[in-house]
Ligand binder design. Structure first.
Ligand code: ZN
Length: 211
């Protein structure tokens, strides 16, 4: 079943979501919610969906970045975003840890990002390049997810949703634009070119070699 996706301004998107107990996770209602969220994400289409986006203030999100979709995107775009297929995964009661490099610095990546709860908009959002997430899976078993690149970005975006945070809270606000105008004017530019044109300063730990 396709669920209605809440849009910015709905109070549920700004609430702290409730953790789920093992019993709740295994209950028919939450198992059904997971299945409906999967169908809703696939239909949208999106690569992640958090329960508050379907009006459920629960610490639950689904993620999937499908190989079939990636096959339709330019090779170079996938490489620079470090975007690789992610099999369907359910994260419940997640704890996010930013992983620093050997030099002790938490590297960041800067790319345009959008949200199914802010349809028609996109903006540059800095995100940590490498993260570790400890959570429960759909069977209420403990799981550890080590992720980098685009997968790390998706995890950070979805976990933000569970804490009532949206990408607009973290974006470089001068880069906010309609998706149509992004496609019209900016899609073919590197991130460095966009920053220069918009007189934006990328975050300090953002490596200049990144596009
Ligand atoms: Zn979102």
């Amino acid at each position: 079943m396709k669920l209605k996706i809440m849009q910015i301004g709905e109070p549920v998107l700004r609430q702290q979501a409730r953790p789920l107990s093992r019993e709740q996770i295994l209950s028919p209602s939450v198992q059904q919610l997971i299945e409906h969220m999967r169908e809703t994400m696939l239909d949208a289409p999106g690569v992640g969906l958090a329960a508050p986006q379907v009006d459920q203030p629960l610490q639950l999100a689904v993620i999937e970045d499908r190989a079939e979709v990636l096959a339709t995107l330019p090779e170079q775009q996938l490489a620079e975003r470090e975007r690789r297929p992610v099999p369907f995964q359910v994260i419940i009661n997640p704890r996010l840890q930013i992983i620093a490099t050997k030099a002790g610095e938490a590297e960041q990546r800067l790319f345009f990002e959008g949200c199914l709860s802010a349809i028609g908009l996109t903006a540059l959002v800095p995100r940590a390049a490498i993260v570790r997430v400890e959570c429960l899976n759909h069977r209420a078993e403990p799981a550890v997810i080590d992720a980098s690149g685009w997968h790390a970005r998706i995890l950070q975006h979805e976990i933000d949703h569970l804490n009532g945070t949206l990408y607009v809270d973290k974006m470089l606000s001068r880069s906010l634009m309609s998706s149509d105008n992004y496609a019209r004017y900016w899609a073919s530019c590197s991130v460095n070119e966009v920053c220069a044109a918009l007189t934006l300063t990328p975050p300090s730990s953002y490596s200049p070699g990144d596009r």
